[in-house]
Design a protein around this ligand. Structure first.
Ligand code: ADP
Ligand code: ZN
Ligand code: ZN
Length: 843
């Protein structure tokens, strides 16, 4: 007998291993590694994934359950992705099912559904029970209606049945008990394929032309339709909707034609195309600059030999990295292989998509969270069914189901959004490298400000994870200079009596731009301080009742919201503590900057881009188009305006508060500040007009601000690495963050201490435990337990342990093992343990 090993979708740890199922003869042809199946598990039917197959002589337990159903004709996962999921579960201490599911579009997260059909019990015997069950004697009529209803439909869901017979629960139960009805379960996808009514000619084109000539006069409308279809013969079948709106005829006119046998109307499957009806200006490869040529030649050598190799492309903003990406993809497609382009979610702007669609047309599938579930599913299907050869998308596009992947590009590789914060807590960079290793593909990590991890790995060539080949492009492709950066000390401004949020320098630079009709981008760095509500009389700050964190003011709905748990309440008019009216919204919101701009420069046209103005689908794009069409003087926004935008008339970039994130308790604070400043400065003067940048800061002496203003990545890295080495932070060690949470504080404290002690004890026995100051290579140190930076979240208290380690020891395995032992020993007390390997967010 053949056996399939299946990972089932049951969210408990004890099921985090493959289970054996036999494969019924009828399904043998359809089941492969990567197939999605419905299998019995306990009393339920659940979804699962086939991770391996065993055939032949194995003696099998005769009680082995069989696979019920194969859910897709084409397995949604390839053996390569199944293997990648296995790797992820070990690398990130997550369950295999959660890794497998992260690879699929939401639409395929099937749910079990109960179905009811007719049993093979004879009706007569079924009804003869009346005497035995007198209380059901009068249900005969109802039973007949139900039997008829199900007979007509074949199989109905429990939901359909209760909708049709809302009062008949007892009767249905009774029928099920006697076997008149039988129940089964099946897995239903959240989203079906989209179907469309389409029209086609039912006869040959010559016959159709002849018919047209002999058409009776009284059916002029039908004749019109037929003639229309003949004209468009090449593009048939076409959507019925389209025919109706083009000719302004009714559906019955078209139906009439069908009845006469000239045409046929059928349902066809279509892809929901999020970019439908949009024209992308086709572009051709640019002749490369000398600098680009060197880089391109090096990468194409690897592509030519179809080798696995990782490149770190360090190129200043405007150096033409995207052109390199495009030409490398072309090379890869010419070999019959496919390519994935990863971009941070925030940079997935229409401008970016346009550049890829412009070069590769409809062969490009786009995957990001702003698409609807259905659209995402269809873009994914285009890849799975071989209709797309390039996938452009955020983090999860690294799992694009290509069969012959040749290249993975990761633009802005330093972005923290490449790390997923929920389970599985994977980093797309590591997943990309691992996947490329498996299939002999090249990886290009591109950035103007590479992460210290990647840069150090390229320089030191000693990192155990990956050692990329460093490629550098220090000048801009169009030959223009990087913009001049002026740093303004805001403390001096205040001393000299300027209380405005605009320094005199930024004010005059803005005025100049308005006069010359040039454009300005203004960035408000909101990381680190949000718009919270504080009473100026008593100091009261509105906080979330469930989480120890302040609420954020939302002007649209005039309410306060918690960004962690979603709690919302109306904004207070009076202080709830002291009754004072002086309760105000603090923090510099984009809205306040907009108001101030209006006061300083009457008539100024501002486009504001932040979470408030971009919630609606397509709004992001609309705002950017308005700005490009010069309908505004200023584009004002949060981080969103820093990434990937390319407008020729922007000659001034202003940063309102450069250092608001510097004081966050995060060892990457300086790195993130440097990256953001460099990115946003790169938006200025990208074309003919020279650019200027004004950075306002309260700590202009900080090295991240000094080096960002000098466009000096190397000096920044040198200084930052010194700090990291001294304090034992990545890239000089690795981190694992273990967070324990529980509703009861004393209990949690005991368990957190227990966890730390067990881990320490085990590490000591293995001779791993020690200080990172020592020169040993294999070493682990543990900090904590301490209260998490957000000590309470959604009503649960939180404690954390930070593990710092280096070497080749299996620390992740040990951390996980100790967590599982603790969970087992305290069953059912509601303890949750989260393990974050290589955490990005330390807040
Ligand atoms: P990056 O991605 O490194 O920030 P881009 O790829 O956006 O840089 O390139 C910056 C500008 O230079 C773009 O307007 C692009 O069209 C132009 N450019 C890039 N390469 C070339 C080239 N070889 N010849 C002419 N223009 C180029
Ligand atoms: Zn008060
Ligand atoms: Zn909350």
């Amino acid at each position: 007998m053949d056996i399939a090993k299946v990972i089932v979708d049951v969210p408990v740890r004890s099921t985090d291993r493959p289970f054996d199922y036999s494969i019924p003869e009828s399904l043998k042809l359809w089941i492969e590694v990567g197939s999605r199946v419905a299998v019995p598990f306990g009393h339920r039917t659940v979804q699962g994934f086939v991770v391996s197959l065993e055939s032949g002589e194995t003696v099998v337990n005769p009680g082995l359950k069989a696979i019920q159903e194969v859910l897709d004709l084409l397995p949604p996962l390839s053996p390569e992705l199944v293997e990648l999921a296995d790797w992820m579960s070990k690398r990130y201490a997550c369950r295999r099912i959660s890794a497998l599911q992260a690879m699929l579009p939401t639409a395929l997260k099937g749910k079990a559904e109960r179905l009811i059909s007719l049993g093979d019990v004879e009706e007569d015997t079924a009804f003869s029970d009346d005497e035995l069950f007198p209380m059901f004697a009068d249900t005969g009529n109802e039973e007949r209606l139900i039997t008829e209803f199900i007979g007509r439909n074949g199989e109905v869901s429990m939901k359909q049945l209760t909708r049709a017979f809302p009062e008949a629960a007892e009767t249905v139960k009774f029928m099920l008990r006697r076997g008149v009805l039988v129940e089964s379960q099946s897995i239903k996808d959240k989203m079906g394929k989209k179907k469309l009514k389409a029209v086609d000619l039912a006869i040959g084109i010559t016959a159709a032309r002849e018919a047209l000539n002999k058409f009776p006069k009284k059916s002029a409308r039908q004749k019109e339709v037929l003639s229309f279809l003949i004209e468009r013969e090449a593009t048939l079948p076409m959507a019925l909707k389209e025919v109706l709106s083009a000719l302004q005829v009714t559906a019955s006119t078209v139906k009439g034609l069908e009845e006469k046998g000239f045409i046929e109307i059928s349902e066809i499957e279509v892809y929901r195309d999020p970019y439908q009806g949009r024209d992308f200006k086709p572009t051709t490869p640019l002749p490369l600059t000398a600098e680009q040529e060197v880089v391109y030649t090096r990468i194409s050598r690897t592509l030519e030999e179809q080798l696995h190799e990782v490149f770190l492309l360090h190129g200043v903003t405007g150096s033409g990295k995207t052109e390199i990406y495009l030409q490398c993809i072309k090379r890869c497609l010419d070999q019959g292989r496919q390519a994935v382009v990863l971009v941070p979610e925030i940079a997935l702007t229409p401008q970016m998509v346009e550049r890829f669609k412009g070069r590769f047309g409809s062969g490009v599938a786009v995957m990001h969270s702003r698409l609807s579930v259905g659209e995402r599913y269809d873009e994914w299907r285009k890849i799975r069914e071989g209709k797309a050869t390039v996938a452009v998308g955020a983090r999860s596009a690294v799992f694009a189901p290509f069969s012959n992947l040749g290249l993975i590009i990761m633009d802005e590789e330093h972005e923290t959004s490449y790390k997923q914060e929920e389970n599985p807590k994977y980093h797309a960079r590591d997943a990309a490298i691992r996947r490329a290793e498996q299939c002999g593909a090249a990886v290009i990590l591109g950035s103007a400000t590479p992460s210290l991890e990647s840069y150090h790995a390229a320089r030191a060539q000693s990192d155990i994870h990956f050692s990329p080949v460093l490629l550098e492009m220090p000048t801009r492709a169009l030959g223009n200079e990087l913009p001049k950066v002026n740093v303004v000390d805001m403390r001096e401004e205040l001393k000299e009596g300027n209380r405005s949020m605009f320094s005199r320098k930024l004010h005059s630079a803005l005025a100049e731009r308005l006069e010359r009709g040039e454009q300005t981008v203004l960035l408000l760095n909101r990381r680190g301080f949000s718009t919270f509500v504080m009473c100026r009389s008593c100091g009261y700050v509105a906080g979330c009742p469930e989480c120890d964190i302040s609420l954020t003011y939302h002007s649209r709905s005039d309410n306060l919201r918690c960004h962690y748990c979603g709690h919302a309440e109306p904004a207070p008019k009076l202080c709830p503590e002291c009754g004072s009216e002086h309760i105000r919204f603090f923090g510099t919101g984009t809205q306040r900057v907009e108001e101030e701009l209006g006061k300083l420069f009457p008539g100024i046209r501002v486009i504001r881009m932040d979470v408030d103005t971009t919630t609606e689908k397509g709004s992001h794009e609309k705002l950017l188009n308005q700005f490009r069409d010069k309908k505004a003087d200023v584009l004002l926004g949060t981080q969103m305006v820093a990434k990937g935008l390319d407008f020729p008339d922007v000659t001034l970039v202003g940063v309102i508060t450069a250092d608001s994130a510097l004081n966050l308790p995060d060892f990457r604070a300086a790195e993130k500040t440097f990256q953001l400043l460099t990115q946003v400065a790169g938006r200025a003067g990208r074309h003919q007009l020279p650019g200027e940048v004004v950075v306002q800061s309260y700590t202009p002496e900080h090295y991240s601000i000094i080096h960002a203003s000098g466009h000096d990545y190397l000096s920044f890295v040198r200084e930052e690495l010194k700090h990291r080495r001294g304090l034992h932070y990545p890239p000089y060690c690795r981190l694992v963050l273990v967070t324990l949470s529980h509703e009861q504080l004393p209990l949690l404290l005991r368990m957190a201490e227990n966890y730390a002690m067990n881990l320490q004890g085990k590490a000591r026995n293995l001779r791993w435990y020690g200080s990172l100051d020592k020169l040993t290579t294999d070493v682990l140190d543990l900090l904590g337990p301490v209260a998490s930076p957000i000590p309470r979240l959604k009503g649960r208290y939180r404690f954390q342990c930070m593990i710092k380690w280096r070497g080749t020891i299996d620390v992740i395995g040990l951390v996980r093992q100790v967590a599982e032992e603790l969970e087992d020993s305290v069953r059912d007390t509601g303890l949750q343990i989260s393990i974050d390997v290589d955490p990005q967010m330390l807040m």
